[in-house]
Structure formats: C-alpha cells, structure tokens
Design a protein around this ligand. Structure first.
Ligand code: FE2
Length: 303
C-alpha cells in the first residue's frame, strides 16, 4: 500500500488542571515529566522517546491531536502522494510545529470527525538520560508497538472505518457487538503493527468527550496490581481488573484528571495482517466492573 501509518506515536490532550496532571502522571501512571513549558504544557515520557503524551493547558479537557508515525522521509513522501491520489487535503507542518512536536517532518490532516491527525517521521529519542519512572515499575511496552492504544468517539462509524482503513492504511483486527440502550453497539478495533489495536471506535459509542481512553501497557503484571492499589488508596474512580476477549489483555480503567479514562494493562496478544477478522459479543470476558456494578462500556443508570 502506498500510504500507511506504522505506529501510534504521540497524543496531545488539553487539560484545565495541569498540577493535578503532573501529580497523576508521576505518582499514579509512573510516567515522567520530561518538560514543563512556560505556558504550563507538560511533555510526558514513558520510554526512550522524548515524550509520548503532551498535556496542554486548555479548558476543554479532551483530545487535541493524534501523532501517527511513518518510517522515514521517503515513507512520508509516499504517504503525501497517497493522500493526493485519494483527494484528501493536508497541510505541511511549519518549522515551529515540527520543533514543538520534536519530529523530523510532519503533515496535518483531519479525520471525518474533525480530529486533528499528524503524520510524522523521526521522533526525538533520548538515550543520554534514560527513562526513569518515579515509581518502582518495570517500564512500558512500546517500541515497534507504539505508544499504546486509544478509543475515540466518532460521529460517523462507516465513514470513520473507511478513512482509517483506506486513508491511514490500517487493518481491522476484530469487532465487538453488544446491546446498549436497546440498540446494537458495534466497536471496531484497527491495527497498524503487531499491537492488537492502536485505535478503536464504536457506532454511537461516543460519550461527552471525543477521547474515551488511552491504554498504556506495562511489562509486568505486578505493576498493574500496584497501580490499582494506588487508585484505591487515593479514591480515584476506577473499574475492577478484567480481561478483554479480543486483545486478551488484563487491565483496569481509571479516570484521568480530565475525566476521560486511562486503561492500564498487561499481557495483550499480538496480531498479524494474515489473521481473519473475528466478532465478539462482550467487551469484557470478566471484570472491568464499575462502582455502579455494571461493566466498563455499559450505559450509565439514569438518575
Ligand atoms: Fe482499551
């Protein structure tokens, strides 16, 4: 394929309480504050990349942009040619934007929901000062699998699926179909490398925010457990541990200071492009129970 993103590289979010984010990132997630900029922006790091999550001061506590990585300048040139062929408009990131994102080059485009996407190559890597978590955890699974994964709310499921497959070159891993509010909720999971999914979204699954959750995968199951303990100790809203039927990850969800969720997990299976697509009928095989007794993904009780 001419144009294809290869990894979820970075994500930018807006936040109204940067101090809460700094505390949450270092003392709960175990990611490091790599930079605290004059405007309050936090660049958060969880591997050799200079940063993976950028938290910008913004009254709307939600997703601002998604950075998708391609291999190099030739791959980005091929991606641009692919966009032109598909009649998808894009702009070339100027030197200020390139410097701000710490990448070699980038282009910007919008998905069918108006979400800002940046396709880039050559992220800044820090080897001189290796990543060190403020917590005694054994690090995050990233590398060829990218940052982690994310689930967003979309306005048009069919258009979005078409866009992420045909414009970004991603492949469908599988689907989960469940009943919700007497309607059928269908969620699609898409991959661009061996990670089971780098993005997922549902038909009408969107909540109040564009960003549903960001998943960080740790290298050790004990680190999931110790992070769960901190959530309970701090009274942070979270689900119980649970396992998804499709990526087989054991994880739990916890509220970020911006209201959307982080999924923190271990042990997901990998996928390949040769695998046939499957369908599942539950979001969680077991667990992921919220404090209202229902599972993550279930509709909230009214009143
Ligand atoms: Fe997830």
């Amino acid at each position: 394929m001419l144009g294809k993103v290869e990894r979820l590289g970075y994500v930018g979010v807006g936040a109204s309480d940067l101090a809460a984010w700094e505390d949450y990132a270092t003392n709960l997630l175990g990611v490091a504050v790599q930079e605290k900029q004059d405007d309050g922006t936090l660049l958060l790091r969880h591997d050799k990349h200079h940063y993976r999550l950028a938290v910008h001061p913004d009254p709307v506590d939600d997703l601002l942009y998604i950075g998708w990585q391609v291999a190099d300048d030739e791959a980005l040139a091929a991606f641009r040619a692919h966009l032109e062929q598909e009649n998808v408009s894009f702009t070339v990131g100027d030197s200020d934007k390139v410097e701000a994102r710490r990448v070699g080059e980038l282009i910007e485009l919008k998905d069918p929901n108006g979400v800002c996407l940046e396709v880039f190559h050559s992220p800044l890597i820090d080897y001189v000062a290796p990543f060190q978590s403020s917590r005694p955890i054994k690090g995050f699974l990233t590398g060829e699998f990218g940052l982690g994964h994310m689930v967003i709310g979309v306005d048009d499921f069919v258009e979005s699926k078409k866009f992420y497959r045909e414009v970004l070159g991603m492949r469908v891993s599988d689907y989960i179909k469940v009943a919700r509010n007497n309607k059928e909720l269908e969620i699609v999971f898409l991959h661009c490398n061996g990670r089971h999914h780098s993005i997922g979204f549902g038909n009408g699954a969107g909540g109040l925010k564009r960003l549903g959750h960001i998943m960080l995968e740790v290298n050790n199951m004990d680190d999931v457990g110790s992070t769960y303990d901190i959530c309970l100790k701090r009274g942070i809203e979270c689900t119980t541990l649970g396992r998804h039927p499709n990526d087989r990850m054991i994880s739990f969800y916890m509220a970020s200071p911006s209201g959307w969720q982080f999924e923190y997990g271990y042990g997901a299976r990998c996928v390949s492009d040769e695998e046939a697509v499957e369908r599942f009928t539950t979001i969680s095989e077991w667990g992921h129970l919220r404090n209202d007794g229902l599972r993550y993904g279930d509709a909230r009780k009214k009143g």
